[in-house]
Design a protein around this ligand. Structure first.
Ligand SMILES: C[S@@+](CC[C@H](N)C(=O)[O-])C[C@H]1O[C@@H](n2cnc3c(N)ncnc32)[C@H](O)[C@@H]1O
Length: 217
């Protein structure tokens, strides 16, 4: 499915999020706060849209994804990034090699998200950080109702006009609805072995940034 959306992935994102996704991505970098010399894993990086703000901030970022179609489009658009093919449930990296790990709009797509979070923990050094950027639940009920109707009705019909594979945006809407809320994701991160988890809501909770630290060994 991701191979099929790769070609028009970035432009579709901009249209469907009404340009908000650029702001969300900047907040991810600020929260992970990469330091000079640190190596950051961006899991489920797709075409590298989520990795690029890290590179622009001067960090060394490794974009990793299992869709060859996404990686090919990414490598053409961002040739300087070290794109790596790998499955988030069995990462091709040794233990503790990253100072920080992040995943944007990708954890929801990993078949077993807790296994993905546990793999991210394994490849992070003790004391290293994680930021998960994912769709979540609007916190204000009247706004939640408007948003749900956008997701289930407007988004699939807009996607028909701008995406190279509109059916996948029906899947997007359904998978957002089925995804746990802020507290639910925090509990799953703890279950995977991460330390105390906190989160920031963005755009009224449409997106949440969950962050934590790998406990010392
Ligand atoms: C919605 S895209 C997000 C891309 C990018 N992080 C962004 O923010 O634009 C989700 C990505 O998750 C990837 N993905 C899904 N399951 C995966 C897995 N098990 N291992 C690695 N990547 C996976 C897909 O190939 C796709 O590129």
């Amino acid at each position: 499915m991701f191979d099929a959306v790769a070609r028009r992935y970035d432009v579709t994102n901009d249209v469907l999020s009404l340009g908000q996704d650029r702001r969300w991505r900047r907040r991810v970098v600020e929260l992970l706060d990469p330091q000079p010399g640190e190596i950051v894993l961006d899991l489920a990086a797709g075409t590298g849209t989520s990795s690029e703000p890290f590179a622009k901030a001067g960090a060394t970022v490794v974009p990793c994804d299992f869709s060859i179609g996404m990686l090919e489009v990414g490598k053409k658009a961002r040739p300087s990034l070290p794109f790596t093919a790998g499955d988030g449930m069995l990462l091709p990296f040794g233990d503790g090699v990253f100072d920080a790990v992040t995943v944007s709009f990708g954890l929801r797509n990993i078949v077993d998200p807790i296994a993905g979070l546990a793999e991210m923990l394994r490849v992070t050094r003790p004391g290293g950080r994680i930021v998960v950027c994912e769709f979540s639940r609007p916190t204000w009920d009247p706004f939640a109702a408007v948003y749900t109707s956008y997701l289930l009705r407007a988004l699939p019909s807009i996607a028909k006009r701008v995406s190279s594979n509109p059916e996948s945006y029906v899947y997007l809407a359904e998978s957002i609805q089925a995804w746990p809320d802020q507290k639910g994701l925090a509990l799953r991160m703890v279950e995977a072995g991460w330390g105390k988890v906190d989160w920031h809501n963005l755009t009224g909770g449409i997106v949440a940034l969950h962050h934590s630290v790998k406990p010392a060994a």
